[in-house]
Design a protein around this ligand. Structure first.
Ligand code: CTP
Length: 429
């Protein structure tokens, strides 16, 4: 028979199976309690569960009675793969003391959405349902995502409640965001996007070894215009640079992302500067590299551009065009020539064995590290989620196995963190 429990487990497997490459080290195998209180944005918490489960977390949903009137517990059961607890959790308690057990075992409690009522209860330490008792009995970080009408949020009482929670080291707020609200009004009060809540959750559980550091990351291709409608570009999707920016922000760095054209959205919590051409990228990098401890040039910057951009559109009737090319500035090499240069990480996408080219780029461009890959190998090139790279520095080359671009980013940032720490020690001497 196809039971609700069986469906729930099957569904969880399906989510995990599809998203294996999305596992997040900080969340893998951790118990996350998701407290849901009664607001219309309760339905968006389902998306948050999906992101947490995909990342490898065990999610236990705890619904207030009014949340269960917005979204049925079975929906959460299906997504989490375990029964949702509702109200006071009495039916669920079984032999244990659920309100204490959940608080003790969880690595993180998220309250999303957190209504004005639940916010007030949490701020006062009230304990009249399982969600509140779990928060009260927990010792882990608590991430609160308020969601309410804008006037309710602006009310000094709600503001005081929010500040009161924030003053406690364990409590962190995400949002609320601004925009159109379910009540038809515009203002601040929308629950933060599930992706933003997820990102805050990951950050809370990630060691902040890059806190206090500014990192500049470039990503994506550049486009060099031929005429008003055509350009020269390359197949870079920007995924590797975006993964670096995302992981650096998770580890507490201040991140400026200089991003070329493409479909992908920048990760939350990074300052994104959009550029089109290699010249625009060079200007943005020079501006934002000031004060940065490290620059990671993951962008596939065009090496050549048309010498002259044709006004309007080139017409076929005008005959075969002759497009003369000229070199663009090498941004990375320019930074390497600077007197007090930041730590520099270059990328070498080669077809064939990339090691020799990587060693030559390390030296020629005065880099501290080159991330080299052979784009002709399956799962290691453009537009894919995985990569297979060599990390090359003056000490030698380390070959990493095929892994997700986020994992590659973590390994690259381990090296960057070590380089920043070593530079700090040298300065202190
Ligand atoms: N790069 C750059 N500015 C350019 C071209 C490249 O900063 N105009 C950076 C890239 O972001 C990358 C590194 O330099 O980090 C290597 O780029 P690549 O084009 O592979 O290096 P080249 O020295 O141009 O070597 P090749 O002859 O293989 O093109």
């Amino acid at each position: 028979m196809y039971t609700a429990q069986g469906f729930a487990l099957g569904r969880r497997e399906e989510i995990l199976g599809r998203g294996k490459e999305k596992l997040v080290r900080a969340l893998e195998g951790k118990l996350v309690v998701l407290g849901v209180s009664g607001g219309i944005s309760a339905y968006r918490s389902c998306e948050l569960v999906r992101l947490l489960v995909k990342a490898g977390a065990e999610v236990q949903a705890v619904l207030t009675d009014s949340a269960a009137r917005f979204v049925g517990p079975l929906t959460f059961q299906a997504l989490c793969g375990r029964p949702a607890a509702v109200g006071c959790g009495v039916e669920m308690a079984g032999a244990g003391m659920q309100h204490i057990d959940l608080g003790r075992e969880s690595a993180l409690v998220i309250v999303a959405p957190c209504t004005a009522n639940t916010l007030a209860k949490l701020a006062c330490g009230l304990a009249d349902n399982l969600l509140c008792t779990t928060v009260l009995a927990s010792t882990c970080p608590v991430l609160v995502a308020p969601a309410m009408n804008s006037r309710m949020w602006a009310n000094p009482l709600s503001q005081q409640n929010a500040r009161r929670l924030e003053r406690l080291a364990r409590f962190h707020l995400v949002g609320p965001a601004s925009g159109s609200l379910a009540c038809g009004e515009e203002g601040t009060g929308r629950m933060a996007e599930p992706e933003a809540i997820f990102e805050s959750a990951v950050r809370l559980l990630t060691s902040a070894d890059l806190a206090g550091c500014k990192l500049l990351v470039t990503a994506g291709p550049t486009r060099e215009p031929i005429d008003a409608v055509r350009f020269l570009s390359n197949r870079s999707s920007g995924r590797m640079g975006l993964a670096l920016a995302r992981q650096a922000a998770r580890r507490g760095a201040e991140v400026v992302l200089v991003l070329g054209p493409g479909e992908l959205e920048p990760p939350p919590g990074v300052q994104c500067v959009r550029v089109g051409t290699a010249a625009e990228m060079a200007t943005a990098v020079r501006k934002h590299a000031r004060g940065a401890q490290a620059v990671l040039m993951a962008a596939a910057v065009a090496d050549f551009r048309p010498r002259r951009r044709v006004e309007g559109k080139l017409k076929k009737a005008a005959g075969m065009p002759r497009i003369e090319l000229e070199r663009t500035d090498d941004i990375l090499a320019g930074l390497g020539r600077g007197k007090s240069r930041p730590i520099l990480v270059g990328f070498a996408a080669e077809s064939g064995d990339p090691l020799e080219a990587a060693r030559s780029k390390l030296e020629r461009k005065h880099c501290d590290l080159i991330v080299a890959n052979d784009v002709s190998l399956p799962g290691a090139g453009f537009e894919v989620e995985t990569n297979r790279v060599h990390l090359v520095d003056e000490g030698g080359a380390e070959a990493l196995p095929m892994m997700s671009k986020d994992e590659v980013a973590e390994r690259v940032l381990d090296r960057v963190a070590a380089l920043i720490a070593a530079a700090g020690k040298r300065r202190a001497r």
